[in-house]
Design a binder for this molecule. Structure first.
Ligand code: NOJ
Ligand code: CA
Length: 558
């Protein structure tokens, strides 16, 4: 269905999202830790970049053993990051600039430091009775044995013994992150109240962390259970009634056919990340073949009208290889993570630019695919400048280093006189990616920079709702190194052609079905990237040349 563009509740269909770590972005008070006031001071930068919404990594009080995904209080702000007043100011300033704000909801688990868990584990705690069943407890560690372990590199089991309670508790992630018991109606209700709280504070959308694991049932793999979907539908109904237009985005790292269920009939999540597509973009570039993308698109079901995929190249986690076959994983590890230290769990802890060998043409090609393929794209902070990583930092911290704003000491992330050892993590200093080379200020001044290219291409994308909303038809040219597709929406038809190879390629396309579709525009093509008008593809064999990693966005409708 073609929805009117003026339906504001569908804003997420046209949006480009920017994922930001508050801790890593900008430090306003020189304590070496990024904060909400720092992020607020950079909203002008983000608006100029051309994004539409910011998604912040967790900002709640937390022992930070999982960078805030270990929540110790759902209704407050980590003191390192500021206060609720700072949050409200951030939202107000974002809204002034037309930017929306996505807040994390982490329903599956808390930190073991959360007062609920402290009460639940301790029979002598005054609130023990009340919280006794808020977590998943067992006398043995052999229940739900068909369930996989996600953090394979650090966790031997999904059960950990608690001395005080004398029982095991269930955790799908770290052993310091106990899963909440969603069979308990009070837990279900409390999570809705937390959602209400953040909507009241100004959230425009919520990113639901780890939704597949809310419920456990013996004899299953404890993922994607009907009970989980029933609860997510209840959450959606609650949000629709309380604050219509609030968008729910889910992080179900599953195969497309399983993720499809998280959209329901348009009555569950508005958006879901398309996890399996992401590694296949990298695989296609590595193999110089569009086949991996074709294969996953074959498995990608259509969505209810109001729903949307979220797409991304990189994020704050390792580049996950959970949704690939073992052979594909081996290929990806060999190609993109030749050093053992680059690997983590079932993934790769590297950033976009290093993964693509800092090859500017390849980075732009990957972004061309991201920005023109199905769904709404998510950019990861720093990738707009081609920031590097530090694989020697713990866990996934190597892709969460301070944003590089300028060439001054501490990269402009915090005061230049702050001793470097005070920073929550060191800035990148490597020869290629160090902050004196890669930073916002230098790139803003360079017309050829990745930053300026990203600004231009986001501005262009914004003029063409077809990219967020259109149907996508993959073309099947003989040359496997060319990924070509046609996007159509209302009266606009755009052909996108990407060369996945490091050498120039020719491709012959049959466009007879599209040429002349839009009669008023005649049979010409407009190159959206240059503004040039091209000779019409009169025959069914139209030949196009592409530079190495070159791409064209060609509009039939002028
Ligand atoms: C998914 C988040 O993206 C990741 O960073 C976190 O460690 C796990 N969920 C557990 O919350
Ligand atoms: Ca600070």
């Amino acid at each position: 269905m073609v929805y009117a563009l003026d339906r504001p509740d569908l804003w997420y269909k046209d949006a480009v999202f920017y994922e930001v770590s508050v801790r890593a972005f900008a430090d306003s008070n020189d304590d070496g830790i990024g904060d909400l006031a720092g992020l607020t001071s950079k909203l002008g930068y983000l608006a100029r970049l051309g994004i539409d919404a910011i998604w912040m990594l967790p900002i709640f009080p937390s022992p930070l053993r999982d960078d805030g995904y270990d929540v110790a209080d759902y209704r407050s702000i980590h003191p390192d990051y500021g206060t609720l007043d700072d949050f409200r100011r951030l939202v107000a300033e974002a809204h002034k600039r037309g930017l929306r704000v996505v807040v994390e909801l982490i329903p599956n688990h808390t930190s073991d430091q959360h007062p609920w868990f402290q009460a639940s584990r301790d029979p002598s705690h005054p609130e023990h009775e009340r919280y006794r069943d808020w977590y998943v407890w067992s006398d043995t560690d052999d229940a739900y044995s068909d369930t996989r372990i996600i953090f394979l590199d650090s966790e031997p089991s999904n059960w950990t013994f608690d001395e005080l309670r004398g029982q095991y508790f269930w955790h799908r992630f770290f052993h310091h992150q106990p899963d909440l018991n969603f069979d308990n109606p009070e837990v279900q209700q409390e999570m809705l109240r937390i959602v209400q709280f953040w909507i009241d504070e100004g959230a425009d959308a919520l990113r639901i962390d780890a939704p597949p694991y809310l419920f456990e049932r013996e004899g299953t793999n404890c993922e994607n259970l009907p009970e989980t979907h029933a609860y997510l539908k209840r959450l959606r109904a609650f949000v629709d009634a309380y604050a219509p237009g609030t968008m729910l985005l889910s992080e179900a790292n599953q195969w497309p056919e399983d993720v499809r269920d998280y959209f329901g009939d348009g009555d569950e999540m508005h958006m879901n990340f398309h996890f399996p597509l992401m590694p296949r973009i990298f695989m296609a570039l590595a193999k110089q073949s569009r086949a991996p993308i074709e294969e996953i698109m074959d498995r990608t079901p259509p969505l209810p009208d109001i729903c949307q995929w979220g797409t991304f190249l990189r994020c704050h986690d390792e580049l996950t290889l959970e949704m690939v076959t073992p052979e594909e994983r081996a290929f990806m590890w060999d190609f993109y993570a030749p050093e053992p230290r680059m690997r983590l769990n079932l993934g790769i802890r590297r950033r976009l630019a290093p993964l693509l060998e800092n090859d500017q043409a390849r980075i732009r090609c990957a972004n061309s695919i991201l920005l023109t393929f199905i769904g709404s794209p998510f950019l990861y902070y720093g990738d707009e400048t081609g920031m590097g990583d530090n694989i020697w930092l713990d866990d996934r911290n190597g892709v969460r280093t301070p944003m590089q704003w300028n060439a001054e000491p501490n990269a402009g992330f915090t005061g230049r006189d702050v001793p470097p050892e005070r920073l929550y993590e060191p800035v990148i200093e490597s020869e290629t990616f160090g902050y004196t080379k890669v930073n916002v200020e230098a790139q803003a001044a360079d017309p050829e920079s990745l930053l300026n290219w990203t600004r231009d291409i986001l501005a262009l994308r914004k003029q063409h709702p077809v990219f967020g909303r259109g149907d996508l038809t993959l073309l099947n040219p003989e040359n496997p190194a060319v990924l070509a597709y046609v996007r159509t929406y209302a009266d606009e038809t755009v052909l996108v052609v990407n060369n996945l190879a490091p050498t120039a390629q020719e491709v012959t396309l049959d466009l007879s079905a599209y040429a002349g579709r839009n009669r008023s525009a005649g049979r010409t093509l407009t190159d959206l990237l240059t503004g040039a008008t091209l000779e019409a593809p009169a025959s069914d064999a139209w030949t196009l040349s592409l530079e190495r990693y070159g791409f064209r966005w060609l509009s039939f409708s002028g």
